[in-house]
Design a protein around this ligand. Structure first.
Ligand code: ZN
Length: 294
């Protein structure tokens, strides 16, 4: 996959929020999303299908919490390789059968542990858990790796290094989660866009971006900052408005048209790969595809 040749031609569309899509298919709080790759394969395939049908060039595997460390919370660490490889095979299977020519990103989120001084985990343990997940995703056939929703720079850097080492030349995307703070955008751990781009590019990430936490409008201010730091190219996935609870259900107020009208401005600001994060439905991706002239 020549990622840079692709994005030189046109912006690439990612997918939206898997969590919302899972809940719409019966997933309940407390369950392990990655376990659904084995227990509910038809539902997970249907999610990927819905995003491809909406126009996503790239879908993310249902493996955000799939490191063995993160799966400890569900007592499923021993199944880490199985669950990530199964997740990759579900996405690549739908792609191969129904949407040939599209791409699958192996999705990797935080491992739930931090190294000193914030935590007690050993750097080598983090490196090992990310490397294991990358190998499983590659075995399942992913075309690229997407390390996302990172807030701690030490963890993100280790994840990128492990991915680059294990990805067999596949592109590695790395994205951190920023929000506006007193001195500009910062992650929850105080990481600046400058520090993120320098460290993650230095670790070998092909493209460094931003995702989650904020909605499309504040992210429109962050995208050009990220792009300039990263030599002109970044990627971005904002959340679909702020969720609120209505009669016990999580509701996102943002309309697909609003999401699309704002995110369609991102490519000109430097985000050559765009999609949505938490709460973004296929309807928002199809509205974005239309706004980008597809
Ligand atoms: Zn998110």
């Amino acid at each position: 996959m020549d990622l840079f040749a692709l994005i030189a031609e046109r912006p690439l569309l990612l997918d939206g929020g898997l969590g919302r899509a899972l809940m719409e298919r019966g997933f309940t709080a407390g369950e392990c999303p990655e376990e659904w790759n084995v227990s509910h394969p038809a539902e997970v395939e249907d999610i990927h299908r819905s995003f491809y049908a909406a126009g996503s060039d790239v879908v993310n595997t249902n493996t955000f919490g799939g490191t063995a460390m993160r799966l400890e919370a569900h007592g499923l660490s021993a199944r880490a390789v199985e669950l990530s490889e199964a997740g990759a095979r579900l996405a690549t299977g739908v792609r191969d059968r129904e949407f040939p020519g599209r791409w699958v990103a192996g999705d990797i989120g935080p491992c739930g542990a931090m190294v000193a001084p914030m935590g007690t985990a050993k750097p080598d343990a983090l490196r090992g858990t990310f490397a294991e997940q990358v190998r499983a995703l590659v075995a399942g056939g992913v075309d690229l790796l997407n390390i996302e929703t990172m807030f701690d720079l030490t963890e993100a850097t280790i994840a990128v290094e492990a991915a680059v080492a294990e990805a067999g030349g596949r592109p590695v995307l790395a994205s951190m989660t920023f929000k506006p703070a007193a001195k500009g955008f910062r992650t929850m751990m105080g990481v600046s866009p400058e520090a993120a781009v320098e460290a993650l590019k230095g670790a070998g990430a092909d493209i460094v971006g931003c995702n989650c936490e904020i909605t499309c409008e504040p992210m429109a201010d962050l995208v050009p900052i990220m792009a300039e730091l990263a030599g002109g190219v970044t990627y971005a996935q904002p959340n679909a408005g702020q969720p609120r609870l209505e009669s016990g259900e999580t509701v996102y107020a943002e309309t697909p048209e609003h999401f699309a009208s704002v995110v369609a401005t991102y490519p000109a600001l430097g985000a050559k790969i765009v999609g949505g994060c938490c709460g973004t439905p296929p309807a928002s991706i199809s509205a974005l595809a239309a706004a980008l002239g597809r």
